[in-house]
Design a protein around this ligand. Sequence first.
Ligand SMILES: NC(=O)c1ccc[n+]([C@@H]2O[C@H](COP(=O)([O-])OP(=O)(O)OC[C@H]3O[C@@H](n4cnc5c(N)ncnc54)[C@H](OP(=O)(O)O)[C@@H]3O)[C@@H](O)[C@H]2O)c1
Length: 293
Amino acid sequence: METKISKILLIGADGQLGTDLVKVLTKDYELLCPSLAKLDITHFEKVKEYVNQNFPDLIINTAAFHQTDECEKNPEKSFLVNTFAVKNLAEICRERNIPLVHISTDYVFGLDEKRKTPYIEEDLPGPVNIYGISKLAGEYCIRYTLEKYFIIRPAALFGIAGPKGKKYNFVELMLYLAKEKGKVRVKNDEWTSPTYTKELAENIAELIKTDKYGIYHMTSQGECSWYEFAKKIFELTNTKVNLKPVSSEEFPTIAKRPKYSVLENKHLKDIGLDKMSHWEDALKKYLKEKGHI
Ligand SMILES: NC(=O)c1ccc[n+]([C@@H]2O[C@H](COP(=O)([O-])OP(=O)(O)OC[C@H]3O[C@@H](n4cnc5c(N)ncnc54)[C@H](OP(=O)(O)O)[C@@H]3O)[C@@H](O)[C@H]2O)c1
């Protein structure tokens, strides 16, 4: 049975994923897209007031505090944005009996350092940093509050708009470093599934037409190390660069990263809605659309 939705509140609409969601959803729905200045999800009462005055049929939350090292330095803000603001959204959705679509992350996994096979939705999470812990706590706040929710876990996003709060997404950072420095060092012992926000947005749009609520892994097919991802970017764009693989020990960061956080889109496959491409094809599409090739 399909749920009738006509008006959507999209939080984080000018972000990397949000920009693509606007493009995809705008033809079928009336969209409410308040900026952060207009609606900060950490102002709990204001969010409630906004929803009660604008009565959306569904809320999509892409907003997060996701600069991983900054999260480690500022756990209070991490839990405020990624957990308590999400709990508030879930409570508002329960009061109004509307579904919540919440964007989580592959970083809810990573504790098992020997893992070499993709995680499915039934696997027990185990984050390795404050960002992942606060996002996982946000997921649990939704799950104990609401029945009608879609928790979406993507990974390593790249999109035309680029992430807010960071200067570049990974693809643009690699191309920038190659141009400016001529040599780049990238970790070859951390594995992920780079995911194009346009495809992610398209897949989310299909999922919300259903009432198959639950947790969904939503990443590209296949996996690669960040080094392999960089290598493919340079290969496809014909960029001449001195690219060197390094270990995470040689590349220390404030927050620990998962060695392996590759996801399998099992729940999407189960309902016949896994339309995500292989990461190399998604990368080619992005590079073409961004004008790099
Ligand atoms: N980027 C990745 O590689 C990655 C990987 C896995 C999962 N994710 C998850 O995917 C989601 C989307 O990521 P993204 O790359 O699209 O992020 P993004 O570009 O940073 O966009 C986030 C949006 O949320 C807004 N926002 C931030 N704090 C807010 C607040 N307190 N209240 C209201 N709005 C707020 C931002 O507003 P401003 O524009 O004004 O700052 C921005 O528009 C996040 O939930 C993230 O945790 C991301």
